[in-house]
Write a protein that binds this ligand. Structure first.
Ligand code: LRH
Ligand code: MN
Ligand code: MN
Length: 386
């Protein structure tokens, strides 16, 4: 196998999961701009996700958010997905939108609220059983707004207790992915603010508990690739929520704000042996002003391009330069790979698996955008928080 075809086959083996919520309407706390043709049901979100997979060839699964994607029969939803050529991936639990959760979910001082939250998490594992999903993604908005509001340490204890109960419910092939986020909606102390807290909890729970890195959830300037390298060494990197941020948790398209950072992250993934099915590569973003399906296609392409560049790093040359203490030489090896135009190579890789060399052009030509605007009229448009 030539070096280029090795890169291409590694590229096409990487799958990128798309989030159901990215297909729906979303916005900021100031305004949600509704778009025509947006899905009205979980089934219609899956239809749109199937179009992304059709054109890119590497987005075969869709993450659900419960209860945003509420249906009576999840096994039937999984069957519906299969009929469209996709599958249901990660189940994201939502314990942040009920009034009961004002002071937290699993860390709430009120045991009845904690019970309700844990019940929901256990229900999510039932859904995983029905859909055949491997991963339960846990993100808690829990935290406090003011010093003294609650006991920081006691909240960690409540969190550990809830996690242990859910962990015990996981099947042999199921995992729990614990996501951290520095701040928002809590403004003083978030209960899982950083990778260290997530890692400490996962370590106690066992090997089926893994950390998920959402690229938008760090302080400005954080060296995310270092976190990735460390978690891989410790075998606790469960996956990614890819998106871009300029200021806070902006949830812009992956690779839009800082493609160099995405490349550095993907380099550490590859260097650490993480380009395998054990690492869940997911998008977690929303498209407030741009058309959603093309934005998701663009994001998938951005992740692929970063991966391709990272695969092109000349490992031998880099190791030699590092051994010799050649600072500039080592840096140049990385920059050479980053500065390569990989678009033709990625296009070829796509064609090799029967997908489209230019997925955005193919999507535009398909007429899907016009069709959904015509067909999806009336009803409640499903979206952020729906
Ligand atoms: C929180 C978050 C988390 C949620 C998603 C909708 O900011 O990234 O992953 O599940 O947004
Ligand atoms: Mn996320
Ligand atoms: Mn987020």
């Amino acid at each position: 196998m030539t070096a280029v075809s090795a890169v291409q086959s590694a590229l096409t083996s990487q799958t990128i999961e798309t989030p159901s919520w990215a297909y729906g309407n979303s916005g900021t706390r100031f305004k949600v701009f509704a778009q025509a043709g947006v899905p009205r049901t979980p089934e219609e979100k899956l239809q749109d996700a199937a179009r992304v997979h059709l054109h890119t060839g590497v987005a075969p699964t869709v993450a659900l958010h419960i209860p945003w994607d509420r249906v009576d029969d999840y096994a039937a939803l999984a069957e519906h997905a299969r009929g469209l050529g996709v599958g249901i991936g990660t189940i994201n639990s939502n314990v942040f939108q009920d009034d009961d959760y004002k002071l937290g979910s699993v860390t709430n001082p009120d045991p009845a609220v904690r019970r309700k939250a844990v019940r929901h998490l256990l229900d999510c594992v039932d859904i995983m059983d029905a859909t055949g999903s491997r991963d339960l993604k846990l993100w808690f908005s829990d935290g406090t707004n003011y010093p003294g509001q609650d006991d920081l340490s006691a909240r960690q204890g409540r969190l550990a207790e809830a996690l242990a109960e859910v962990y015990a419910r996981l099947g042999d092939d199921q995992r729990m992915l614990l996501e951290y986020k520095l701040f928002e909606p809590a403004f003083y102390a978030t209960d899982v603010p950083d990778w260290g807290t997530a890692y400490a909890h996962c370590l106690k729970l066992g090997p089926k508990a893994q950390v998920v890195v959402d690229t938008g959830h760090h302080a400005p300037g954080t060296n995310i690739e270092f976190i990735v390298a460390l978690l891989l060494r410790e075998r606790r990197l469960g996956g990614f929520d890819f998106n871009s941020r300029f200021y806070a948790d902006d949830d812009l398209m992956a690779g839009a704000a800082d493609p160099f950072q995405l490349f550095r992250i993907m380099y550490e993934v590859i260097r650490g042996g993480g380009l395998t099915a054990d690492t869940a590569f997911m998008l977690d973003q929303c498209h407030n002003i741009e058309p959603k399906i093309p934005a998701i296609i663009r994001s998938v392409m951005n992740v692929q391009e970063a991966t391709a560049k990272a695969l092109l790093v000349d490992a031998d040359a880099l190791a030699a330069a590092q051994r010799e203490g050649d600072v500039l030489g080592a840096n140049a090896v990385l920059m050479d790979a980053f500065n390569t135009d990989v678009r033709p190579l990625v296009a070829e890789a796509r064609s090799s698996i029967g997908a489209d060399a230019d997925p955005l052009a193919a999507y535009r030509a398909s007429g899907w955008a016009e069709r959904i605007v015509k067909d999806r009229v009336g009803g409640e448009q499903a979206g952020w928080g729906a």
